[in-house]
Design a protein around this ligand. Sequence first.
Ligand code: SF4
Length: 376
Amino acid sequence: MFTGLYLHIPFCLTKCPYCSFYSLPYRKEYLSDFITNLKSEIELQKNIIPKDQSFDTVFIGGGTPTSINKGLLEIIELLCQNFNIIKDAEFTVEANPGTVDNDFLKSLKMSGVNRISIGIQALCDKDLKILGRIHDKNQALNAIKSADLAGFENISIDLIFGYPGHTINNWISAIDEILKMPLKHLSAYEYTIEDETLFQKKISAKELMLPDEDTIISLTDILEEKTEINGFRQYEISSFAKQGFDCKHNINYWDNGNYLGLGPSAVSYFRPLRQKNISDIEKYFEEIEKGRLPVDFTEKLDNEAGFRESVVMALRKKNALVFKRFIEEFGINPIIYYKNIFEKLKKEDFIEFNEKQILLTSKGWRLSNYVLSQLV
Ligand code: SF4
């Protein structure tokens, strides 16, 4: 099993109205304090994690890691100096098209980053404005071209669908155009209303309207059909990859593997302990300056809770969930534990199962949120 390293860079140039990730507007004066405190957090963590702990994947997300420009290179060096990152580790940085150019992408590549995940979200200028993005369609496409020119073989993009005002025609042209680009991976997230966001308020006030259910089904069908025709395999609810380019860092999450999280709001998980850092940069600084880990809460998952969580996470992946792994890891057989729920879900045509494994049907896959909610 892998161990992942995640770093949350909590800065963005502006706040997108649909987003609930912890981030604040980037101000240059925050950067040196952030790096100083991150160094201290790393020192504190190094006293806790085993001396021989190695990391198989690194993921720098946020926020917008590329908003801090050269500061990001300094941080990457810091991670490489302080952690035992295996040779050929998957090393991802999230990038916003409005914050990268050729030279910066080349510097990222030179620093050891080998996977770039570009937040495109949409490919229609009108929609990008609705989504509050800082970039337009041309910048989005140019960012992909620049990443390719910089030598990134493993380029991923993020898209959103089903947001207010999204139409089938827009989606068709976006997918057709994006799939002509040199991509190896694509994540497409159905828009969901997040608490305390501007979109949530506007949708509640009926100032923004979401597409209806039939439109969402069509958007999903278009995504699945066109990605498949273009050689992408859907390997998780929202993830599509060319052969050999599944995201290892995310697979580790779905396998309920261990990971260390650094930075405000980052989560760490070393079974059975889960810890979340404080989602407030000032308090994060304060705790670290007092020589304490900036932890908001810690929870210890008992065997049963760990089992249930692992089942739900594993079912996000497209392949069948094999019971043997759970019997070996937790001493619990899913077919016995979930007997009544499995039978009900089977009757409703959401799943198929035998004594060895369970698989979501195409109906179950489409309504996976409902299926997973039954198993939590
Ligand atoms: S750039 Fe990304 S992290 Fe920042 S506000 Fe927008 S969606 Fe959220």
